[in-house]
Design a protein around this ligand. Structure first.
Ligand code: ATP
Length: 214
């Protein structure tokens, strides 16, 4: 099973690393791939260049066998649309199970994503319930409805997900650390320490390259 955890990672923080690690354990997969976008189409403010964001990911993941970086969106060098990456990855994995990971907020707004009509033929979706989400019942109903309307079916288990090449969704409840890249960028700008919110190597990299100061 190929598991892809996409994001801006501006910068990557320990909330991301913890989530990716919990995913690899919960799904019993050898690797989870963190896929940084070149340019997020849905975010106005991007603090660091794609090159810096990639360097920080590589620094954070070095020596962590279960986490890897998927650099295809950065290599493509154009605004990143998930549909393009899904088509690319599908060619690579053949009929192996492919899963993209997203929060319930993204799952609910999926119908607005470019090329979404093809998603169910290309990928499965793992929906992570964030601790900041609305109560479970309201949340999962809206989320399930929007995925069902897009042609996805609920997977019965992780085994079912692993055996399905595409077209299934599965909800996972994982713990979430109260850390965001936005808060990190704001702290750096206010000259506050971000030590222990990012890895030591990323903390040094931010200082050495005077990122997020302006
Ligand atoms: P920003 O604050 O700039 O919006 P972010 O911290 O939410 O950034 P992203 O790069 O947008 O990070 O997120 C990449 C993925 O990581 C998304 O799927 C998001 O839901 C998830 N994520 C973000 N923060 C956390 C966290 N603290 N714990 C677990 N997952 C997280």
């Amino acid at each position: 099973m190929r598991v892809i955890f996409g994001g801006t990672f501006d910068p990557v923080h320990i909330g991301h690393l913890r989530m990716a690690n919990e995913l690899s354990t919960a799904l019993s997969v050898e690797k989870v791939y963190l896929m940084p976008c070149f340019e997020a189409v849905h975010k106005k403010e991007v603090g660091a260049s794609a090159g810096h964001r990639l360097n920080m990911l590589n620094l954070s993941l070095s020596g962590r066998g279960s986490l890897s970086v998927d650099i295809r969106e950065i290599e493509r060098g154009k605004p990143s649309y998930t549909i393009d990456s899904l088509k690319d990855i599908r060619k690579e994995v053949g009929d192996e199970s492919l899963c993209i990971v997203m929060g319930t907020d993204s799952a609910k707004s999926l119908s607005f994503w470019k090329g979404v009509a093809e998603f169910a033929t290309l990928t499965n979706i793992i929906v992570i319930r964030r601790s900041t989400d609305e109560p479970l019942e309201i949340n999962s109903i809206t989320c399930d409805d929007s995925l069902l309307a897009l042609g996805f079916h609920q997977a019965e288990s992780i085994t079912d997900l692993k055996q399905s090449c595409a077209g299934k969704f599965f909800r996972l409840d994982l713990s979430e650390l109260d850390i965001s890249s936005t808060a990190i960028r704001e702290s750096v700008q206010q000259k506050k320490s971000v030590r222990y919110l990012v890895t030591d190597a990323v903390n040094e990299y931010i200082c050495d390259n005077t990122l997020y100061c302006h």
